[in-house]
Write a new protein. Structure first.
Length: 123
């Protein structure tokens, strides 16, 4: 596991949204998709509201690498399936950060979304 430097972690975590461009098999990047990003401890996470069936999620899992951009930080990253033990803290982070959108935040708290939780790590 690679750790974020403190400044980048803070900037990305403070951003409401993150752009994620996953890598294709030939090494080129797909078009970026905008999503919410949350921080739990020293880690950053994203989820697919469509769960594992979500198109961006399938692309991200195909090579587990790509590029993210948020809070003025652009970083090549790897995407790791989060352990189910991480889900409660990520749920809490979504509630805290995005709870002012109650009808929307519930979509990232479903079982389908939880099982698509990806931990982002710099590379």
């Amino acid at each position: 596991m690679v750790d974020w430097n403190g400044s980048d972690l803070e900037k990305i975590a403070a951003a409401e949204e993150l752009d994620l461009a996953s890598e294709r098999g030939n090494g080129t990047l797909r078009a970026p998709v905008t999503m919410w990003v949350v921080r739990s401890g020293g880690h950053l996470y994203v989820r697919s509201v469509k769960g594992p069936a979500g198109p961006w999620y399938r692309g991200a899992r195909s090579r587990s690498r790509g590029r993210i951009e948020a809070g003025g930080v652009r970083q090549d990253a790897t995407f790791h399936q989060a352990d189910p033990g991480e889900y409660p803290a990520v749920d809490a982070a979504y509630r805290k950060k995005c709870g002012h959108y109650p009808s929307i935040v519930e979509h990232v708290l479903t079982h389908r979304a939880r099982i698509s939780t990806l931990r982002l790590e710099p590379r």
